[in-house]
Every structure is written in C-alpha cells, then in structure tokens.
Write a protein that binds this ligand. Structure first.
Ligand SMILES: *Cc1c(COP(=O)(O)O)cnc(C)c1O
Length: 423
C-alpha cells in the first residue's frame, strides 16, 4: 500500500472494486462508461447527511442532493435500516404478486395528496417511466365514440422549457431541441406552447386535446415557477375540453417545496401526478397517481406493466422516507431553511434574481459564470449545479441546516469572484 492509498476513504465494496485515487478512477471511467454524461466532476465514495466525500478524501456540502433525490441526505439511519431489513427479508416478487409495503405506500401517497375516491397508483422505477405511464394514459383519453377504437384526441400539450425525461414518449414531451433532434421521429401529436402564457394555453386546448403536461416549477429550465393562476386556468381549460391535466412533480414533489406537492396551493385536483426523484430518499422509485375513478380506469388490465416497479425494497424505501419526513418535522425545516437561503442569496451583489420554493432554488448571476462557479464551488467544498449559463440551481437534502446554508452563503462571494477571474 502506498502512503497515498492509506489516506483513501474505505467503503464496503472495496474488497470487490479495490482502492484507487480519483484520477485513476476517472481514467478507468472514460475507457469503460458510455460518454453520454461527459467527464464526471468527482468520484464520490461516501456520504452522511448533507455531506459527501470523494475518492481522495475531500469533503463537500451537497447542495444538489443527487439532483433533488437525496431528500433525507446520504445514509439516513432510518431509511437505511428499513431498506436493509426489507432486502434481508424479501427483495423482489414480480407483479404476479404484491407485498405489504407496495400496498401501504400506495395508500400513503393517496392520503398525502388528498386524492378523491377512486384514485389509484402505479409504481415505476424513475421519472421518465412515470411519465411514460402518463403518456399512455393520455393516449387512452382518445375521445372517440363509446365502444369504438377511433381516436379524435391526438394532441398533447406541453410547455416550452419542459423537461419530462429521456425515453421516447417522455422525450416527445421534453422541449429541448438538442435532446430531441437526434432521435426523431418521436411519438407524434405533442405541441409545445409558450411558458406561463394563459392566453396561449386557452387557444391551444380544444376538443382534439388528450392532455396537458405541466411542471409546477420547471426544474431543468432553471427553476421557473408557474403561477397558481396559470395552474387554475389549465384546470379550467382542460376540464372544459375533456382533456387530462397531468402534473409532472418528479422534481417538485415529496416535500421539495415544503409541501407534499408543489401544486397544493393552487387548490386544484389534477387528473394525474407523476413522482420520482425524492420519493425513495435515494432509492430508485417512481409513481403515477391517477385522480378519480374515470381517469384511473383509462389504463386497464394488460395495457401497462413493469418488472421491477413497486418492488418490496423500493416501496419500503419510499415508505421510510415519507415516515421520516413526517415524523422529523422535515417540511417545516424546508420552509425555514429555504426562506433563509433565498433571503441570503438575494443579498449577494452579483445575484440578479432568486426563484423557487422551499429547497428548490434557482438564482441568476450578472454574467455568464454559472458553469465556472460549479467548478469553483467544488474546489471550495460545495456541490451546486448550473442549468443555464448564468443560472445556478440548488436542490439540497431537505434536512439541510441553517448553519450549513450559512456556510454556503458565506463562501458564495468568493466562489463568484473565482469564477469571474477564471473567465
Ligand atoms: C428528472 C426529471 C424527470 C426524469 O426523471 P428520471 O428519473 O431522470 O427519468 C422527469 N420530469 C422532471 C420534472 C424531472 O425533473
């Protein structure tokens, strides 16, 4: 063992993977992993709460939480113990069978979203899969005469700036040309209308519309919120036209905004909500909730399925996550620390705008320095993200403390200065 090796962080898989420095791992990465993500920023080996450590032993405050996934931070003791004991008891059964955690999680999701009678849940493994189920639901809202297979509702509406995932159906809903163009033709009938424009929405929704897909806050587009008035107008227009209103809360749901759903305050009942990211507290799990009997009945036996979706371990992880959020006052923490962070950010000279709710925060800079800030922040021991050239996104663990938020706020001016000097 070299002297350097002795300092490396130890992990349970070391016996299988061996020990290496970050630089060695990245060299091995580039010759073995597909290049779709570019070069990873760091090789991470261990986490605890809102902190993570890289292969060289450097510590970071994680203000991105695996992109809004690690709701309770890393290695949360309760979530970890529930996942471990479930795996040691019954790990997978297929959907020829069910298990108590699957049923209890479905019931819990219906309860926290105040879903009306007849509402139902389908479990998937990711956000894009939850949206694929939603896309199929929309197609089943065909609007042809009763008992006929004819479909007159061929149009699906999504917004400019929308991100709904990378599989073909979800990609058709996603707006970004660079993501779409290499894979055309995509499933047809999707139109993208201007963001947040009620008149454009009213003009687009008609009796050929199967569904409208909205993110209450567009995360990938830089944390852009839709107003409650917009969501209410969307509910009204879709109800009038017989179209479904489908809310993609993959990023905004499960406490991220200090509420179970970001759309809660708008006071509307959507036809479906998709969830993933934070739902499993770091374990892969996605879900679609269909609201009311009629919408729930659109997908019938045999029309959709999954091998892994809803398995005992994933649903135990989500149940444990929801339980911990509820029993440890996490939603109140999200509201308090989120407000504190936004106030602090707004007071920074180079920051021109602060957006978002709870602990989903976007802020703009007075120059195109966001990517350079990500690098400077890493060097200073903070993980942040730049969804745009002058936009930073924060989506930290929902258990982030005020003290940790203050540590970032104190370091931010120097991070901005370093990024500007590097330009
Ligand atoms: C991340 C995200 C998705 C895709 O989720 P994956 O788990 O990456 O497939 C879909 N919609 C929204 C709003 C997202 O933020």
């Amino acid at each position: 063992m070299t002297a350097n090796e002795a300092e490396l962080v130890e992990t349970p898989a070391d016996a299988i993977t061996g020990h290496s420095t970050g630089a060695d791992w990245l060299a091995r990465y580039s010759s073995s992993l597909m290049g779709v993500f570019g070069t990873p920023q760091r090789v991470l080996v261990r986490g605890a709460g809102s902190l993570v450590w890289d292969a060289d032993g450097k510590e970071y405050l994680d203000l991105l939480g695996g992109i809004a996934v690690n709701a309770l931070g890393h290695a949360h003791p309760f979530v970890t113990s529930v996942i471990s004991s479930q795996l040691a008891t019954l790990g997978h059964v297929s959907n020829f069978f069910t298990s108590p955690t699957q049923i209890a999680l479905a019931e819990k999701l219906l309860a926290i979203t105040k879903a009306p009678a007849g509402s139902k849940v389908f479990f998937a493994n990711s956000g894009t899969e939850a949206n694929e189920a939603a896309f199929k639901l929309a197609r089943r809202n065909g609007g042809g005469p009763a008992g006929s297979e004819s479909v007159k509702r061929t149009k699906i509406i999504a917004l400019e700036g929308a991100f709904h995932g990378r599989t073909m159906g979800a990609l058709a809903l996603t707006a970004k040309e660079a993501y779409r163009a290499p894979f055309e033709p995509l499933p047809g009938g999707v139109v993208h209308i201007p963001f947040g424009d009620v008149e454009a929405l009213r003009a687009a929704v008609d009796d050929t519309t199967a569904a409208v897909f909205l993110e209450p806050i567009q995360g990938e587009a830089g944390v852009r919120p839709l107003s409650a008035e917009y969501l209410q107008a969307a509910r009204e227009a879709t109800t009038q036209a017989g179209a479904l209103l489908i809310l993609d809360e993959v990023q905004t749901g499960i406490g991220r905004t200090g509420k179970w759903l970001a759309s809660e305050d708008a006071g509307i009942v959507p036809d479906a909500v998709t969830l993933a990211k934070g739902l499993g507290g770091g374990f892969p799990v996605g879900a679609i909730i269909t609201f009311g009997e009629a919408t729930s009945a659109l997908l019938t036996a045999g029309q959709h399925g999954t091998t892994f979706g809803g398995n005992p371990v994933a649903t135990a992880a989500a149940l444990a996550t929801l339980h911990a959020i509820e029993s440890q006052g996490v939603l109140a923490n999200v509201l308090a620390v989120g407000a504190h962070l936004r106030d602090g950010l707004a007071a920074v000279d180079a920051v021109t705008e602060v957006r978002g709710e709870g602990l989903l925060i976007g802020f703009d800079l007075d120059a195109d320095v966001a990517p350079a800030m990500v690098t400077a922040a890493l060097d200073a021991g903070f993980i942040i993200n730049s969804p745009g050239p002058r936009t930073i996104r924060l989506a930290p663990p929902l258990i982030l403390t005020t003290e940790q938020a203050d540590r970032f706020l104190a370091a931010l001016p120097e991070i901005i200065k370093t990024a500007k000097d590097a330009q």
